[in-house]
Design a protein around this ligand. Structure first.
Ligand code: BDR
Ligand code: CA
Length: 318
């Protein structure tokens, strides 16, 4: 049945693409979803998640709602300027999902699903890491019970997107991220080093717009997000794919060219480096020799052809 996966989303625009890919890919067994604050507030993330699953005919995937703000209890800041006030580029269809979330918290849902399938489940968090840190607190044995954690977050050499050095998902809850990177599980870090280099172009957009219901919806909600990236990053319309890269990495559907396994720490100091992922890449000149105890594979080079594969899958959905 393919790779068992729990996808944890702060469902904005790129999260929606990740959900569609995970829900539609024949080699992915999406056994559950959880929602978290981040791009938007968590009730909206839940509503968007339920609606997107419905759109792709996956109303069978259980969804549990999670954290409304950082693990410290500090204030939550959202990214409506990137994802629109509805988290769907101002272009959601407004439909009320037929289902509600499960009557269980996201962290508990994660623990329950992992314990039901020991050794098999990939956790794929693509928002702030609050739910994952909370799940670790509930069940400290989680690291030996999962197949791995493939997360979208952080950066090593690419510029940050919230501060000069910090990526949004890590910066939003650096304390939770520090706990997740410290836990002894295998992590794949899909950070801005790679996710800013896989772009949905106007040509991809045209393919989505000519596709079925899912493709047309994706094309519609991407317009605003692509404009944000035109203005703040690329100078031309384009959508950084971000979250889908973490899904494809977990599923093994990504052609990874360079991903050294190194120590990664998170700066949660509150200083100018707050939210930075500090990866020990000093072995770069020697082919990245093994680092004892390191358990984080940092994606540095991937094949950008994944954008075509993702677009084709979504466009072909009914
Ligand atoms: C990350 O932040 C969010 O805006 C995106 O959904 C992605 O997960 C990129 O920094
Ligand atoms: Ca996200």
């Amino acid at each position: 049945m393919g790779t068992k996966m729990i996808l944890d989303c702060d469902t904005g625009v790129d999260d929606t693409m990740a959900i569609m890919y995970a829900a539609l890919h024949p080699e992915i067994d999406l056994i559950g979803m959880t929602t978290v604050w981040g791009n938007v507030d968590v009730p909206l993330a839940t509503r968007n998640t339920l609606r997107v699953l419905e759109l792709v005919g996956r109303g069978d995937v259980p969804v549990a709602q999670g954290a409304a703000g950082p693990i410290s209890g500090g204030p939550a800041e959202f990214a409506y300027e990137v994802h629109g006030r509805d988290g769907q580029g101002g272009a959601s269809d407004g439909a009320i999902p037929a289902r509600a979330a499960e009557p269980v918290s996201a962290p508990q849902h994660i623990v329950d699903l992992v314990r039901a399938h020991p050794g098999e489940v990939w956790l794929v968090p693509v928002g702030p890491l609050t739910n994952i840190a909370a799940a670790l607190a509930i069940d400290p044995e989680l690291p030996r019970l999962v197949a791995g954690v493939s997360l979208m977050g952080g950066t090593t050499a690419a510029p940050g997107n919230v501060t000069p050095v910090a990526e949004a998902n890590i910066w939003h809850d650096a304390e939770a991220a520090a706990a997740v990177f410290r836990a002894p599980w295998n992590i794949i870090m899909a950070g801005l080093d790679v996710t800013m280099r896989v772009i949905i172009t106007p040509e991809h957009d045209a393919r989505l717009a000519a596709g079925g219901q899912a493709g047309r919806y994706m094309s519609r909600i991407m317009q605003y997000y692509g404009e944000f990236y035109r203005e703040h990053a690329f100078g031309t319309w384009g959508c950084a794919m971000h979250d889908t890269i973490a899904v494809a990495a977990a599923a093994g559907t990504l052609d990874v060219r360079l991903a050294p396994v190194v120590h990664v720490d998170v700066d949660a100091s509150g200083g100018p480096g707050h939210g930075q992922t500090i990866a020990d890449l000093r072995g770069a000149y020697r082919g990245y020799p093994e680092q004892e105890g390191a358990h984080c594979a940092v994606l540095l080079e991937i094949d950008g052809g994944v954008a075509d594969a993702v677009v084709d899958l979504i466009a072909a959905a009914p």
